[in-house]
Design a protein around this ligand. Structure first.
Ligand code: NDP
Ligand code: MG
Length: 388
C-alpha cells in the first residue's frame, strides 16, 4: 500500500480554535500520516484562509454567512470548495471522504454536525463535550446503531479511555476525574464577589478557548465532564467521583472491583489526547515534551468545594434528573458565560442563572432530538430574561 493511501483523512470542525489549531500542529508535524479534508470556523475568516492555503482541504466552511465572500475569493485559485452557514457544516458530513471527524467547535453548535457525522459512520474524535451533555442518551444510541466509536479528546476522558484498554467495563467500580481547581481554588464566596473577567480567564495549567476557561474557573467544566463521562463509559451516576489535583499531571483514574487503581499521567498538553484519538488504537511516536519526576516532586489531592462552586453540584443534579435537564443547564451556562465575558453579569451569577433555568424550563423525561432543540432555545430565552 502506498504512503498516500495509509494517511488518516481528517475533518477538523472548529479548526481556528484552541483545540483546532493544536490538531493542525499535529497534522503539520505528521504530514506523512495525516491529510486534512475539511476545515471549519465560525467567523475567523483570516485564520481559516491561512489554514486552508497551508493544508489544502477539499472543503472549507465558514459558519458566519457574512464572511463567505472573503473566504471564497481568497481561495478561488485553489481546488477547495467553500461553503457558509452552520447547516453546511452538518451537511458536509454526508459528502466528505474524511474518516475521522474532530469535533472542536464550542458549545451546542457541535450537536447537529456530530449527529450527521455519526450517521455517516465517521470515527469521532470528540472534543466538543457539550454534545454529550446536551443529548448523551441520543448520541450513544446513535453510535450503537451506526457502530461508531467515540474517541474522547478531553484530557480526563482520554485518560480513562486509555486506562480501560484491555479491561472489561463491568469490572469498573468507579472513575475519578481530576480537576485542577482553576484559578480560584481555595477561595470562598465572599472572595469571589468582585472577580474580573481577566482573573477568570487566567487558568493555572491550560491555555484554552474563552468559554471552557470560564467553565474551568466556575467548575462548570468539571460538571460537564462528569456528564460526558457517564455517557462515554456507560456509568451509573454514583460511579463518577471528582478530586481536585492542582498540578494536572494525573489526567484521571479508574478504580476496578479488586481495588486496583489505574491512572494516566503526562504534562498538561492537549496535543497528547488529540494525537491519541487520531491514531487510536495505535500509539505512535511524538516529540512532545516529557514529564520528569525529578522536576515534579509533589502531586496533591483535595476535595472539590461544591458549596462555593455551585455548578459542579448542579451538574450532578442535572445528571440525576435525566431527561433534558443537562441540556437546560448547558444552554443556560452558555448564555451566562457569554454575558460574563461581555461584562454584563458577575462571576457568581453564572451558577445562579444556571440554577434558576434548571428550575424554570419545561422538563421532559424522554426527549427526542426536536425536544432537545426546543429545550435549548427555551433555556436560552429564560437565561437571557434573567440578565438585565
Ligand atoms: P475555541 O473557542 O478556542 O474554538 C472554538 C472553535 O469553534 C473555533 O474554531 C470557532 O470559530 C468555532 N466555533 C465557535 N462557535 C461556533 C459556531 N456557533 N458554529 C461553528 N463554529 C463555531 O474553543 P476550544 O478549542 O477551547 O474548545 C473547543 C471544544 O473542545 C469545546 O467544546 C471545549 O469544551 C472542548 N475542549 C477544549 C479543551 C482545550 O484545551 N481548549 C480541552 C478539552 C475540551 P472562530 O474561531 O471563527 O470563532
Ligand atoms: Mg477536560
Amino acid at each position: 500500500m502506498s504512503k498516500e493511501l495509509e494517511k488518516k483523512k481528517i475533518a477538523i470542525l472548529g479548526s481556528t480554535g484552541s483545540i483546532g489549531t493544536q490538531a493542525l500542529e499535529i497534522a503539520r508535524e505528521q504530514s506523512d500520516k495525516i491529510e486534512i479534508e475539511v476545515l471549519t470556523a465560525n467567523s475567523n475568516a483570516d485564520l481559516l484562509i491561512k489554514q486552508a492555503i497551508e493544508f489544502k482541504p477539499n472543503h472549507v466552511v465558514i459558519a458566519d454567512d457574512s464572511k463567505y465572500k472573503i473566504v471564497k475569493d481568497a481561495l478561488d485559485k485553489y481546488d477547495i470548495k467553500v461553503f457558509s452557514g452552520n447547516k453546511a457544516i452538518a451537511d458536509l458530513m454526508e459528502i466528505t471522504s474524511a474518516e475521522i471527524v474532530l469535533t472542536a467547535m464550542v458549545g451546542y453548535s457541535g450537536l447537529l454536525p456530530t449527529i450527521k457525522a455519526i450517521e455517516n459512520k465517521k470515527k469521532i474524535a470528540l472534543a466538543n463535550k457539550e454534545t454529550l451533555v446536551v443529548a448523551g442518551e441520543l448520541i450513544t444510541s446513535l453510535c450503537a446503531e451506526h457502530k461508531v466509536n467515540l474517541i474522547p479528546v478531553d484530557s480526563e476522558h482520554s485518560a480513562i479511555f486509555q486506562c480501560l484498554v484491555g479491561e472489561d467495563l463491568n469490572t469498573i467500580d468507579k472513575i475519578i476525574l481530576t480537576a485542577s481547581g482553576g484559578p480560584f481554588r481555595g477561595k470562598k464566596v465572599n472572595e469571589l464577589l468582585e472577580i474580573t473577567k481577566k482573573e477568570a480567564l487566567k487558568h493555572p495549567n491550560w491555555t484554552m478557548g474563552a468559554k471552557i476557561t470560564i467553565d474551568s474557573a466556575s467548575l462548570m467544566n468539571k460538571g460537564l465532564e462528569v456528564i460526558e463521562a457517564k455517557w462515554l463509559f456507560g456509568l451509573e451516576n454514583n460511579q463518577i467521583d471528582v478530586v481536585v489535583h492542582p498540578q494536572s499531571i494525573i489526567h484521571s483514574m479508574v478504580e476496578f472491583n479488586d481495588g486496583s487503581i489505574k491512572a494516566q499521567m503526562g504534562l498538561p498538553d492537549m496535543k497528547l489526547p488529540i494525537h491519541y484519538a487520531f491514531f487510536y488504537p495505535e500509539r505512535t511516536k511524538t516529540n512532545f515534551k516529557r514529564l520528569s519526576f525529578k522536576e515534579m516532586n509533589m502531586l496533591t489531592f483535595e476535595e472539590p468545594d461544591k458549596q462555593t462552586f455551585r455548578n459542579l453540584g448542579l451538574a450532578y443534579e442535572a445528571m440525576e434528573a435525566g431527561g433534558n435537564k443537562a441540556c437546560i443547564l448547558n444552554a443556560a451556562n452558555e448564555i451566562a458565560v457569554e454575558a460574563f465575558l461581555n461584562d454584563r453579569i458577575k462571576f457568581l451569577q453564572i451558577a445562579e442563572i444556571n440554577e434558576t433555568c434548571m428550575n424554570k424550563v419545561h422538563f421532559i423525561k424522554q426527549p427526542t432530538l426536536e425536544d432537545y432543540i426546543s429545550t435549548d432555545s427555551e433555556a436560552r430565552l429564560v437565561a437571557k430574561s434573567l440578565i438585565r
